[in-house]
Design a protein around this ligand. Structure first.
Ligand code: ADP
Length: 636
């Protein structure tokens, strides 16, 4: 029955979508295959176009370095639409406009080479507008990023029918451009290497804390016992969910809700095994990612750059379910209420058509944070800590992530908490705010050639320190010790170091000596040489870092070539949002549940407090996305 229903539903959606008619007048061309390369968002993009005397036969994007998992959507959809509609007036993929336009420009160039009629090809296409839609499912999910996709899968696994709506033309939200890193205590991987610093004092410092609550006291007692056990064992590294929880809570200035942080950390390992079972792959080693504070970070393999491994695994899993419907380019606007109960979602389709979705059991809001919304971040988050969050401050956020769901929840009665807490990520591209181009972020040097902050510290402390340097930027410096072969050394987004050097991407600089490197970036050479000499002595453990860095990667900067690239802080994550309970149910100001409403992921405000630990955002959407999906499916 459900199968039939879903087929009917799909047909209705197709029926309700706008219909675009192909260009009626066919062009004439000099038959052949043509190529063109144009600059796109991050670097060169090449297309190949094959035409006959009268038609565009095929369009292929043969190479590009656009945002992994996002640019790919345009690279797939736009060429197909151009061929199908024999037109260059096809719609952009929403949220991927720059790549769309680059593809069209490159095709235009090919058409010119083929002596085609560009004016004819650019003529606006005829369209009939989409009609209104009204549908019902057990669970309605708003937002197709990490939390939304995980909630949808879990609700489906619990027997519910699900409709998911996504505002943009691609799935993945900020999660697909995230570093892809995942924190979880994992003894089998952590015991491969010793803790890269003084572990005893690291743990003892935490144990010496004055407990701030009963739960905190219990967790400290558990850690004490675990650490005693560890010292008696032959294990190389200490870790546990309780230790992870207290570190996470402390790193957020004890502003987060410790009981919720405990759920996050207790569920991290199991959540990671779950995503692995769906196809996600991690490198065999454990790392201490920038801002992650402890070596428990799992990195995605190079073949699954940024967050693409998670999102593609989720998309593949969703294909297994018949009772799942996805509506792209559909924006949730408000919640439908029956008294105080949330019973559905009012949304708007691409053509401005009305989309009314009724939920038998529950609505999951998974619309992410509001870091990409300049007005909101200025209104809520500017203050003593971040005096200026204006439009010139770059952001790593995707365009659809603008805080919509937070206010939909508030209007339905939910309480918002910690809205003033925002994170600036220290190691971003100074122009685009992106992180896909990070190769190594291990040694930070300012324009004067000096280190100025510990690189293993909190993200907010590093960001503030960078903003206080000349020009508000720093350089990440590394060498062949870290990247022996620039052709195989990959950035987070999968691009090779050599490619970035060749195409002048992200201002990477290479030199045979440190002096030459310093000259290329306008730094005093003797200062950089001295700084690197001192840095190497801390890596060796010969000297203690006066800036207080405890954990080092073990890699020195000795062998040429040497590399540097500029970085600056960008708005990355909003820690505030909807108040939820342990079942992800939205709560009102009195602590009572808002019936029918569940929230998961960056939309919530209970976990990360004043500073989100690097590598915890994906844990957040996996652990709480699963809880939301299960509970919404049960309507509990
Ligand atoms: P999380 O990690 O919490 O899942 P993401 O940023 O990855 O957050 O995903 C949030 C998703 O929600 C993005 O894909 C974004 O485009 C989508 N979104 C935001 N607002 C709306 C809305 N009003 N309606 C539908 N989707 C939305």
């Amino acid at each position: 029955m459900k199968k039939i229903l879903s087929v009917v539903l799909c047909l209705m959606i197709v029926f309700a979508s706008s219909v675009v008619f192909a260009n009626q007048e066919s062009g004439t061309y000099t038959a052949g295959t043509y190529t063109a390369t144009v600059p796109a968002m991050h670097g060169p993009l090449t297309v190949e176009v094959e035409v006959s005397d009268t038609a565009i036969l095929s369009v292929k994007v043969t190479s590009h370095v656009e945002t992994p998992g996002v640019g790919d959507v345009a690279a797939e959809q736009i060429p197909a639409a151009i061929v199908e509609q024999q037109s260059l007036a096809v719609d952009a993929v929403s949220g991927v406009t720059i790549t769309t336009e680059a593809i069209k420009r490159a095709v235009e160039d090919c058409i010119k080479q083929a002596n085609g009629d560009l004016e004819l090809l650019k003529k606006p296409l005829e369209k009939t507008a989409a009609g209104d839609i009204e549908e019902t499912a057990d669970v309605i999910v708003v937002g197709g990023g990490g939390a939304g996709l995980v909630s949808a899968i879990t609700a489906l696994e619990n027997g519910a029918s699900v409709i998911l709506i996504e505002k943009m033309g691609f799935l993945g939200g900020n999660s697909i451009v995230a570093g892809g890193i995942y924190n979880a205590p994992d003894p089998s991987k952590q015991d491969i290497a010793e803790f890269p610093g003084d572990l005893d004092s690291y743990v003892e410092n935490i144990l010496a804390e004055e407990p701030k609550s009963e739960l905190h006291k219990e967790l400290l007692a558990t850690i004490k016992e675990e650490f005693e056990e560890y010292k008696k064992s032959d294990r190389k590294m200490f870790d546990s969910p309780s230790f992870f929880a207290v570190q996470t809570w402390n790193a957020g200035d004890n502003i987060g809700y410790l009981d919720m942080v405990k759920i996050l950390c207790d569920g991290a390992y199991d959540g990671m095994k779950w995503v692995e079972s769906l196809g996600m792959k991690y490198k065999p080693e454990i790392f201490l990612a920038s801002g992650s504070l402890y070596p428990r970070t799992h990195y995605a393999v190079a073949e699954q750059p940024n967050g693409t491994g998670y999102i593609s695994s989720f998309i593949n899993k969703l294909k297994e379910f018949d009772n799942y419907t996805q509506m792209m380019n559909t924006t949730g606007v408000s919640l439908i209420m029956d008294g105080e109960k949330v019973v559905g979602v009012n949304a708007v389709g691409k053509d401005g058509n009305k989309v009314t979705l009724h939920a038998n059991k529950g609505v999951v809001l998974a619309t992410g944070g509001f870091g990409g919304n300049v007005k909101l971040r200025q209104e809520y988050c500017e203050g003593e800590k971040w005096p200026d969050l204006g439009p010139h401050v770059p952001t790593s956020n995707m365009p659809g992530v603008t805080g919509d769901g937070i206010f939909m929840a508030r209007d339905a009665g939910a309480q918002l908490v910690n809205m003033e807490q925002i994170q600036l990520l220290h190691a971003c591209n100074p122009i685009t705010g992106a992180t896909y181009d990070i190769v190594s972020a291990d040694c930070f040097v300012n324009q004067e050639g000096k280190r100025f902050v510990r690189e293993d510290g909190r993200r907010d402390e590093m960001s503030k320190a960078i903003l206080a340097q000349t020009g508000g930027i720093m350089y990440c410096v590394f060498s062949a010790d870290f990247a022996p072969d620039p052709a195989t050394a990959k950035a987070l987004g999968g691009m090779s170091l050599q490619y970035m050097l060749d195409h002048n991407i992200s201002k990477y600089v290479q030199a045979d000596t440190l002096e030459e490197l310093a000259e290329k970036i306008g730094m005093p050479p003797e200062a950089l040489v001295q700084t690197v000499k001192e840095f190497n002595s801390y890596v060796d453990g010969e000297a203690k870092d006066p800036l207080g860095r405890v954990a080092f990667s073990g890699v020195k900067i000795e062998k040429g070539p040497f590399y540097a690239y500029p970085r600056s802080p960008a708005v990355h994550h909003t820690m505030g949002g909807v108040l939820i309970d342990d079942k992800t149910r939205a709560l009102n100001a009195d602590g009572n549940i808002v019936p029918g409403l569940y929230c998961a992921g960056e939309i919530t405000g209970v976990l990360h407090g004043g500073n989100r630990v690097g590598g915890n955002a994906i844990v957040d959407f996996v652990v709480f996305g699963r809880i939301a999906g299960e509970n919404a499916a049960k309507g509990e």
